[in-house]
Design a protein around this ligand. Structure first.
Ligand SMILES: Nc1ncnc2c1ncn2[C@@H]1O[C@H](COP(=O)(O)OP(=O)(O)OP(=O)(O)O)[C@@H](O)[C@H]1O
Length: 249
């Protein structure tokens, strides 16, 4: 299970949004951190096949995703940022609608919907209208739609945006559970969302990947510099400090 990104460039006219980004992801959760405008959306759009790179290639298990077409879409799940979600649909109706769009046959759709509702713990409210759902429930419904086809690659855009602390914890646990047989890439500004669940963290700045590694490696790599330069004279460096170090306060 391997998603390989090789030397991606993306230009929008004169603007270079990605400048030769390369990395390899295996099974597990990965965090993509970067400030506004660093290229996260562009990178995610390329990984989901919605935007074409100017140059460079993305491979899934050695196959170029641009050449895989439908076969790539089958193994891809995408959780968009929270948005208005058909308030008058029930959770069940929403998932049935997505299953139809994804071309699932009715028996398979039924099984997959039931499984996905169970995973995100929404079975008991599946016949209630989405307008009655809390923010956390809506977010979990978005995850349910993304795992209907049992994707191997799951891309998530700010999955905890707008959630309260309790819901954030539940969401993190859910993501870890789902990632047991998937490559999961989470783009976020919220360091704490990915700090403890990520196998590795990717730092994107002005279109370049400036760091990739696990939490300990990232912290060790700049611990001394932060401790000597910190105005607050902190002893314990955490990932928040790393973010501020690279992206500014
Ligand atoms: N369609 C476009 N046309 C022109 N420039 C674009 C386009 N899309 C993105 N850009 C520019 O490319 C750069 C990267 O944008 P991108 O949206 O990928 O960043 P981001 O890290 O996702 O930011 P945010 O967190 O604000 O969504 C920015 O400078 C942005 O203005």
């Amino acid at each position: 299970m391997e998603l390989t990104v090789e030397n991606l460039y993306k230009n929008y006219g004169q603007k270079v949004a990605l400048k030769g980004v390369s990395f390899v992801l295996g099974q597990g959760v990965y965090g993509l951190l970067g400030p506004n405008g660093s290229g996260k959306s562009t990178l995610m759009n390329i990984l989901t096949g919605n935007v074409r790179a100017t140059s460079g290639t993305v491979f899934w298990n050695g196959q170029n995703i641009a050449e895989m077409g439908k076969d790539y879409r089958k193994i891809l799940g995408y959780v968009p940022q929270q948005q208005a979600l058909y308030p008058d649909f029930t959770g069940m109706r929403f998932l049935s609608y997505i299953a139809t769009l994804q071309g699932l046959k009715s028996k398979e759709a039924k099984e997959r919907i039931s499984y996905a509702l169970d995973v995100v713990e929404l079975s008991h409210v599946s016949s209630k209208k989405i307008r009655s759902y809390s923010g956390g429930m809506k977010q979990r419904l978005l995850i349910a739609q993304a795992i209907l086809t049992d994707p191997k690659v799951l891309i998530m855009d700010e999955p905890t945006a707008g959630l309260d602390p309790k819901q954030r914890v539940l969401m993190r646990n859910l993501i870890v559970e789902i990632a047991s047989d998937k490559v999961v890439l989470i783009a976020t500004h919220v360091v704490s969302d990915i700090e403890w669940i990520s196998k590795e963290i990717l730092l994107l700045k002005e279109g370049s990947l400036i760091q990739k590694g696990n939490r300990d490696l990232l912290i060790r790599s700049i611990q001394e510099k932060i401790e000597t330069s910190s105005k607050r004279n902190k002893k314990n460096v955490d990932l928040e400090d790393i973010y501020l170090y690279y992206f500014g306060e």
